[in-house]
Ligand binder design. Structure first.
Ligand SMILES: [Zn+2]
Ligand SMILES: [Zn+2]
Ligand SMILES: [Zn+2]
Length: 326
């Protein structure tokens, strides 16, 4: 496998076949009982029976050994898929979904995300850590056992680059964070806000790409998901996430969730140099949830222009009225 860069969009693409999955001889590899053959990178709690285990992916897209060896291929660029690919097992219980967990059980899932992001950012080669969750067959989930995944890459994914560029430009013009501006305006108008708890707000974005798209965002400015502000209470975020997932379940059994946080700014080389000057003030972490809802617009939705046939303010209204009980 290798990474190739599209010179037009500047996005990196993983090209090639991952290794064949080694068949699980005795059922689910994420269930308890496989601790010996697959050592964990992180276990929570650290002592006693585990609730969370983070494992290297069994068939990784990215491998931690070696250097990316970025090289020219005529006018093109390519490199080896060096990086990290991990599985975050969210519960020892095979049939318990994230939406069915208590706030106390969701909180360490978020803590595991933060811990792995912070750890991987210590690796000089890794420029960005993506934490994501594909839930449901329509979302392409790899195992039925509740889990998230993480990739640490030697490049910044395209959508994050777009966000970084826009945030920086907004800040340059207005000396304000665009995400803080969004939260302030949405809370003032109220139409697209679904729920909130403590410092965290759930809203349907103004230009939602799919019906019931939801962002979870901190009302107080912070560019790093992995490094909460002093006094921040992650239990509140866990509670808000649980309630949103229980609402979204009523409209879709499948969703993509992705954490957007600032890239690795420890190093002084590479394409991000310019962003560092204001990134602490201009970027703002958030979680995006994209439910997969079957609609007539399906044929347009993954193409060049998103077509969403549900107004985000209507989506927010419906979500607000849904029971979010656990
Ligand atoms: Zn299992
Ligand atoms: Zn902000
Ligand atoms: Zn984002």
């Amino acid at each position: 496998m290798e990474l190739r860069k599209d010179p037009i969009t500047r996005s990196w693409v993983v090209v090639g076949h991952p290794d064949e999955a080694s068949a699980a001889p005795d059922g689910c590899l994420l269930c308890p009982g496989h601790e010996a053959e697959h050592a964990a990178l992180l276990t929570l709690p650290p002592q006693g029976p585990w609730q969370i285990r983070v494992l290297p992916h069994f068939n990784p897209l990215y491998r931690i050994e070696g250097e990316p060896g970025r090289q020219a291929d005529g006018i093109y660029d390519r490199m080896r898929p060096v990086g990290a690919h991990e599985i975050i097992v969210e519960t020892p219980e095979h049939n318990r979904k994230l939406s069915e967990m208590s706030d106390e059980q969701i909180e360490p899932v978020l803590a595991a995300y933060a811990s792995r992001i912070a750890d991987l950012k210590r690796d000089m080669r890794i420029k960005y850590v993506t934490v994501f969750k594909n839930c449901g067959a329509l979302a392409g989930e790899e195992w039925a056992h509740s889990h998230s995944q993480l990739t640490g890459t030697t490049f910044v994914p395209r959508r994050i680059l777009y966000e970084l560029r826009s945030s920086r430009e907004w800040f340059r013009q207005k000396e304000r964070c665009v995400f803080c501006d969004i939260v302030r305006q949405e809370e003032r108008k109220g139409k697209r806000v679904v729920d909130s708890q403590g410092d965290y707000v759930a809203l349907c974005p103004y230009a939602a790409r799919v019906p019931y798209e939801v962002w979870l965002i901190n009302r107080k400015h912070n560019h790093l998901f992995e490094q909460p502000r002093p006094g921040a209470n992650r239990r509140h975020l866990a509670a808000l996430l649980g309630r949103m997932l229980r609402r979204l379940e009523k409209v879709s059994q499948a969703f993509h969730l992705v954490v957007h946080t600032a890239p690795n700014t420890i190093h002084t080389k590479g394409e991000l140099t310019d962003y560092w000057k204001t990134i602490v003030d201009d970027y703002h972490w958030h979680i995006e949830i994209l439910p997969i809802v079957q609609t007539r617009s399906k044929s347009y939705s993954i193409k060049e222009v998103y077509f969403n046939d549900l107004l985000p303010e209507q989506a927010a209204e419906r979500l607000r009225q849904m029971d979010a009980g656990g």
